[in-house]
Design a protein around this ligand. Structure first.
Ligand SMILES: Nc1ncnc2c1ncn2[C@@H]1O[C@H](COP(=O)(O)OP(=O)(O)OP(=O)(O)O)[C@@H](O)[C@H]1O
Ligand SMILES: [Mg+2]
Length: 362
């Protein structure tokens, strides 16, 4: 997606602004793509809402300034990923045509599907890949497309905050596409082995929502989210134990195995896994003959004790950690292991954003 075009071909810092904090990644594009720098900073709770709105501009500007003050990044050009309710996605069908014609036609198609004025939106799309030959005699062939629409004023509010921190928003992407990009970069061989109709599912266990992306051999096919998430654990702990939300978060992280906290975490694990299963079942019941091959997971809340083992019970031999370092060159002598562990769990979306370069037409 290229909502904004960049002028020069150079590296960008991938900036994942999430509910719990901001992650930034810079890559080097030599013979092998390498990790140059990764850093992360927390945000005060509720400064970015799970719906994707920046509620406390000052807090985000200040965090961004701090993140870049360490001088670990060589550029202030950033690639950011939008998420939340202001980003509308819809799988649609279009008549088969060239990519260039599709870029013009998509605005006409979008009018039928989006509830706001297309002129006030930026529209983009990913070709899902499989051209469907309709069986009706005389009908034209069509191509499945994932349509993405974002209101321009939402993009503007996001870019304003980034510019106030002295950064240049050069590419505006959609977080779920960045996640798919990261996956494709690291798992291209596995993706190539997907049989027709098979789909992998990426689950990003975030603080404000759990994002599900269904990916086929060629592209992200469908994205959705469930509201059960990392902060949901903290909320439930706070309610059941009569503590503040902040204390719920502390207890979740510091004493997850304690007799008071552990049963609450297990209850929430069951709820979160059932929500994933429900959404996955709905997707496959509506997507014809597609089937699930594997589930790859990432995001901070995936570290919750018992969560991944429960997911693996529901989907035996199908659950695997998404390793963002799999295909990335890392100078291990210069890198600190704690930083790499942190990146492995939290850096996947920022990596996908950093992989984007201008003129990258995906
Ligand atoms: N060891 C851990 N055990 C349980 N939860 C954890 C652990 N470490 C981090 N988390 C949770 O992970 C979440 C943060 O993960 P992440 O950084 O992926 O979210 P985010 O990107 O900020 O959120 P979102 O994607 O919803 O915008 C928080 O809810 C945090 O409490
Ligand atoms: Mg996130």
């Amino acid at each position: 997606m290229d909502f904004l075009n960049s002028i020069f071909q150079k590296t960008l810092v991938g900036l994942d602004i999430g509910v719990s904090g901001i992650k930034a990644v810079e890559l080097g594009f030599g013979k092998k793509t390498s990790l140059i720098s990764y850093n992360r900073i927390s945000l005060p709770w509720d400064s970015v809402t799970p719906e994707g709105t920046i509620k406390d501009d000052a807090a985000v500007v200040s965090a961004l300034k701090k993140l870049f003050s360490a001088k670990s990044f060589s550029t202030r050009d950033v690639s950011v990923g939008l998420f939340g309710n202001s980003v509308l996605t819809k799988p649609i069908s279009m008549p088969t045509m060239s990519r260039k014609d599709m870029e013009e036609q998509i605005y006409w198609e979008a009018e039928q599907y989006i509830p706001f004025n297309v002129e006030e939106c930026s529209i983009d799309f990913a070709v899902v890949g499989n051209t469907v030959q309709k069986v009706v005699a005389g009908a034209e062939s069509s191509v499945e497309v994932l349509l993405v629409a974002v209101k321009n004023d939402y993009i503007q509010s996001f870019t304003n905050v980034i510019e106030r921190a002295g950064l240049r928003p050069t590419i505006i992407d959609y977080q779920a596409f960045a996640l798919g990009n990261s996956f494709e970069f690291n798992y291209s061989r596995e993706l190539a082995e997907l049989n027709p109709g098979e789909t992998d599912l990426i689950v990003d266990f975030g603080a404000g929502s759990t994002k599900l992306s269904f990916v086929s051999k060629e592209n992200t096919v469908f994205t959705t989210k469930v509201s059960a998430c990392g902060s949901g654990y903290s909320q439930l702990i706070s309610e059941r134990l009569g503590e503040s939300f902040e204390q719920g978060e502390v207890l979740k992280l510091a004493e997850p195995e304690s007799p008071l906290v552990s049963p609450i975490i297990q209850d929430y694990n069951a709820y979160l896994v059932s929500e994933i299963q429900k959404n996955t079942d709905v997707y496959f019941s509506q997507s014809g003959d597609r089937s699930l091959r594997k589930i790859f997971y990432c995001g901070g809340a995936s570290k919750t004790p018992g969560l991944i083992s429960l997911l693996s019970e529901r989907y035996p031999e199908q659950v695997e950690n998404l390793d963002p370092l799999k295909n990335l060159f890392v100078n291990r002598t210069k890198s600190n292991q704690r930083m790499l562990d942190d990146f492995s769990c939290l850096g996947t979306v920022a990596l996908g954003l950093a992989l984007r370069k201008s003129g990258d037409g995906k």
